[in-house]
Design a binder for this molecule. Structure first.
Ligand code: GS8
Length: 219
């Protein structure tokens, strides 16, 4: 059967970027359909009726929702190239644990740094840096989170790095100063074409954040 792959996405979404990295890593061709979240398309609503959120992958007419679930689906379907999850059940569980940790913590603290002020922003900054330090500890001296090869946790975490510059500007701190190993890991990952072509320019994200702040009247 021919593989028809469609991705419903929004250019600046870290969740969407996860899927773009995984598809690029596997060498899967797909049709990209940019979505307008202010005016959701019937296709998005039909494909993700529960959350009505991007990203959604539509594979041969069947939708898959939630970025981490999509990345695992991609890994299972296109399993002959670049495995993302390890084979060993304990290592798999560990990879899922850290991807879930990124999901639950990084986005939330990052958002607090960007959109809140005063005490709430400080809490966001502290929470964010504490999480980065835990991730740095998990990475240790390994080249990638899963060990010698690029994998699931790298895919889950990498897109948030495009927002680091915005977090740093809003929260007045430096990730490189606080967590140099995370930046070294990021640079290492960017040597891969699947990553460099899927990640967005942090400057473009910063301009987007400034535009959003103006639109929503956030100083
Ligand atoms: C999160 C997707 C999400 O927040 C995942 O795929 O991992 N847990 C999900 N998507 C946002 C855009 S990115 O910030 C979205 O589609 N929002 C639309 C809405 O909330 O109405």
């Amino acid at each position: 059967m021919a593989n028809e792959v469609i991705l419903l996405d929004v250019w600046a979404s870290s969740f969407g970027m996860r899927v773009r990295i995984a598809l690029a890593e596997k060498g899967v061709e797909y049709e990209y359909k940019e979505q307008d979240l202010q005016d959701k398309s019937p296709l998005l609503i039909k494909s993700n009726p529960i959350h009505k959120k991007i990203p959604v992958l539509i594979h041969n007419g069947k939708p898959i929702c939630e970025s981490l679930i999509i990345v695992q689906y991609i890994d299972e379907v296109w399993n002959e190239k670049s495995p993302l999850l390890p084979k060993d059940p304990h290592q798999r569980a560990n990879a899922r644990f850290w991807a879930d940790f990124v999901d639950k913590k990084i986005y939330d603290y990052g958002s607090r740094i960007m959109w809140k002020k005063g005490e709430e922003q400080e809490e966001g900054k502290k929470g964010f840096l504490d999480c980065l330090k835990l991730l740095e500890g998990e990475l240790g001296e390994k080249p990638y989170f899963g060990g010698e090869s690029f994998g699931f946790v790298d895919v889950a975490f990498l897109p948030f790095s495009c927002w680091f510059h915005s977090y740093e500007t809003c929260g007045n701190f430096s990730v490189e100063k606080e967590c140099p190993k995370i930046i070294a890991w990021l640079e290492r990952c960017k040597e891969k074409e699947s990553v460099s072509k899927s990640l967005l320019d942090p400057q473009k994200i910063s301009e987007f954040v400034v535009m959003l702040k103006k639109r929503f009247g956030v100083e």
